[in-house]
Structures are given as structure tokens and as C-alpha cells.
Write a protein that binds this ligand. Structure first.
Ligand code: ZN
Length: 247
């Protein structure tokens, strides 16, 4: 044991200046820079090669690797594993901040663009569009003819007012009833429900008695999609009943 203790002492003496040196550090997550010391425990070690304390000669036992030198936690956000030397951390933080800024800029630009629902239905920007849905969910009598004629838009209003499901709404002299066309089916394994429901609306003019269906086109498209891609491969002999082709 004597030899081991000597090695330990040798190692401790070599390591001492590493732990005792005050360092300028930074957090790549929050951008905070601060002064602190390397620690003996932590999540991420200091990269190898930095101030290597052990000149090893051939045949000598390596008394130290960098396995036990760690960066401390961030002194501001208290994150572990996000601290580097101040320069590196700041560079990483600023790069990410710039990325986030550009992303927010792109989103703001997109949100400012007009929202086009149909040929006759356009809103000044995303906020105006959402505000309009909120407003009509509370005041359905204010819905314009073009809004009633868009199943996509009306579905948004119905969702806002009632949530999921089929409901009836009175709008001036119209009665609007939401229906859902069931395009769902069970997966080949029979475990998962696939496909989706397509909303359409029955609009009754209570003055004339005339009934009009809105969103029939969307349902037709959904049916076409299904016919084209097949509801269930296991029902399809042309696709080998959903089984892999083996030679
Ligand atoms: Zn931090």
C-alpha cells in the first residue's frame, strides 16, 4: 500500500494547482459568466489536453487522467453540464440566441402576412384571423355569408364554441348543423385507429326552408384519398393482402 499512497500524494500535489486556480467560466445555456474553480465531481469533465499535468515517460504509470476534473454548476441558472470556459460558453450562447432571434423574426413575419382561407375569405394577419374566430364563437350572428360557406373556417368557430363533436348553431335565420364524416379505420394489426373525421355542415335557411351542404367537397376529397390509397391493405388482393412479397 505504501507505493499506492505515494502515488496518491504525488497526484494530489500535481492536481492541487488545477483545483486552486480561479477561472473565468460561462454558461452556454443562460449566457452568464462568472469566476469559479474546477471541481472534483460533476457531470462533464474539463476537456483533455488543457493544462495536462502528467508528463508520462514510457514505462511510467499514468498517475492522472482528467477523469476527475469537472466544471462547476452555473452560478446563475444552476445548470450542471452547461458550463465551459467563458469564451467558448459565450460564443455558443450567442450563436443560439441569434438562431432564436432569427426564428422569432421569421415567425413574426409569417404571422403578419394575410391569412387566406378561400377566394373570398382573407384576414389581415394571423392575429386578426384568431380574433375573428374568438369573436364569432361568442357572436355567431355576425358570421358573413362567405364565412358560413367555408367548412374549414366554420369548423374553427364550432371548435372554439363547443369543442369536439357535432353541434347545432343558430346564426340569424340560418340553422347550421355540424356533421362528421367518419374516415377512420382500424390498422392492420387492429390495435390503432387510423384516418380521421372530416367535418361538413348542413345549413338550413329558416326563411326559405332551403338546405345547403357546406364542406361536401372536403368529404369527397377524403373519400377519394381513401379509395386511392386503400383503407386496409389486408382487404386488397392486389397488394397481396398486406403481406410482404417473398420472391
Ligand atoms: Zn446558466
Amino acid at each position: 500500500m505504501r507505493g499506492f499512497e505515494k502515488l496518491q500524494e504525488l497526484k494530489d500535489n500535481m492536481m492541487k494547482p488545477i483545483y486552486e486556480k480561479r477561472r473565468h467560466l460561462g454558461c452556454e445555456l443562460c449566457g452568464h459568466t462568472f469566476y469559479d474553480y474546477y471541481k472534483k465531481t460533476g457531470l462533464y469533465g474539463v476537456p483533455n489536453g488543457e493544462e495536462s499535468p502528467h508528463p508520462t515517460r514510457k514505462g511510467m504509470i499514468i498517475v492522472h487522467t482528467y477523469d476527475d476534473v469537472f466544471y462547476p454548476r452555473c452560478s446563475k441558472c444552476w445548470c450542471d453540464g452547461t458550463v465551459r470556459d467563458a469564451k467558448t460558453a459565450t460564443a455558443i450562447y450567442e450563436k443560439q440566441a441569434e438562431k432564436d432571434r432569427k426564428k422569432a423574426e421569421r415567425k413574426a413575419k409569417k404571422d403578419a402576412e394575410p391569412v387566406k382561407i378561400s377566394r373570398k375569405l382573407t384576414y389581415a394577419n394571423k392575429q386578426a384571423y384568431y380574433d375573428r374566430i374568438d369573436y364569432l364563437a361568442a357572436n355567431p350572428n355576425e358570421m358573413t355569408k362567405y364565412e358560413i360557406m367555408s367548412s374549414y373556417f366554420m369548423d374553427k368557430v364550432f371548435w372554439k364554441r363547443f369543442g369536439a363533436g357535432c353541434y347545432e348553431l343558430e346564426c340569424r335565420h340560418f340553422t347550421i348543423k355540424k356533421h362528421l364524416w367518419d374516415g377512420t379505420y382500424m390498422s392492420n394489426s387492429g390495435k390503432t385507429r387510423m384516418g380521421r373525421f372530416t367535418p361538413y355542415f348542413e345549413v338550413t335557411n329558416n326563411q326559405t326552408g332551403k338546405v345547403r351542404e357546406v364542406g361536401t367537397e372536403s368529404v369527397k376529397r377524403a373519400i377519394e384519398r381513401e379509395t386511392r390509397f386503400g383503407k386496409n391493405r389486408r382487404n386488397d388482393p392486389e397488394r397481396n393482402w398486406g403481406l410482404p412479397k417473398n420472391g
